[in-house]
Design a protein. Sequence first.
Length: 417
Amino acid sequence: MSTATQPGPAPGSTETGTGRAQGLERLTGYSRALRSSEGGGAVPVSVRIGRPRLVTSYASDQGLLNTPAKRWWTLGALLVALAVPFLVTRDLTHLLAMAMVFAIAGIGLNLLTGYAGQISLGHPFFMALGAYTAAVVSGAPGNIVWGLELDLAIGLPLAALVPALVGLVVAPIVMRARGLYLAVLTLGLLMIGEQLFKQWSQVTGGSGVGRRVAEPVLFGQDLSVTYALGPLILNKDISLYLVCLVLLIGLGVMARNLARSRTGRAFAAVRDRDIAAEIMGVNLLRTKTLALVLSSAYAGIAGALMSMLIGRIVPEMWNIFLSIQMLAVVVIGGVATITGSIIGAAFVVLLPRVLEWAAPSLPFIGGARGDGLLTVFQLETLLFGALIIAFLTLEPRGLFGLWYRVRIYFKTWPFSY
């Protein structure tokens, strides 16, 4: 019995194209046959019980709130954040709003330093650019200073855009350095900016004088006026608190999405080993420039909000101590974590208030007369330095790393792995 030979497909036929496609799939590792169904696969409910982290697709695995615990914790934190300003005093509401501003600035610095691995000491320079941009665009004119009195709906986006453009201009020069050289370069940028702000009196009001900030008018609503929302009373502090909360949530989600995207993976590759990242096709200068531009935009928004909370800004406030505070937010809270930036900001802002409450019980803390060994400010500075050293050497992921260890311990108990 003879076997008939099957004729091969004619050139240009569909079978030839299919064979080539299959060959291409073998070369690239992509095969339609290996893909899951459109719904990501069906898992029985009985299998899911007791396994909240069971996922059936990459999209589910990389989701922001991919477990019930995360969803409930997030909802609870949001409800608490909305209720807090109506339950505490005005000064504590102001402090919490300032913590949110520091968190926004910390997220921006974390994108540059934590995710992309580029050390920067010039973050306050970009915060000042955002503050003065908002003050000029949305502030009232004076005898010397400029003011356009436009709505904050225009002022806040420009407060992010102007620092981002400045970061785009200086990035080709600054981002060619790395490590200690980059830190020194950004410190020089901060010192140049401080002198520029002291001399440019039409924008800043001049050294030692300062200027008023942007008027709190958002979408035509004057936030300085007290409003009644049913049984709730919204004064200026609560209104600014809610604005800071909305912006923190929006910018935090944007940063988290960026971190788990292709751009975020490029940031991590540059941070871990820039030479290997360049070999794999990552454009180093473009990636570092993007990190600096995004970080500058976040800093600009934080600077605008910070100036509105303070009420009056002077060029001397954007100094090296503010830069150290920003680094403390990142290091103490957790490097390369968005949640850590929020935790670190709350710690840095609320620590002085806690020390003031505890000062009468500490014999070595002196008051205004200086009759003690240390003042509250000196103790705060020492604690910042000690905590930065401790976290860098013992727990590089900061307070978020400690929380992560506690969470893993209870999830794996009674096992140790």
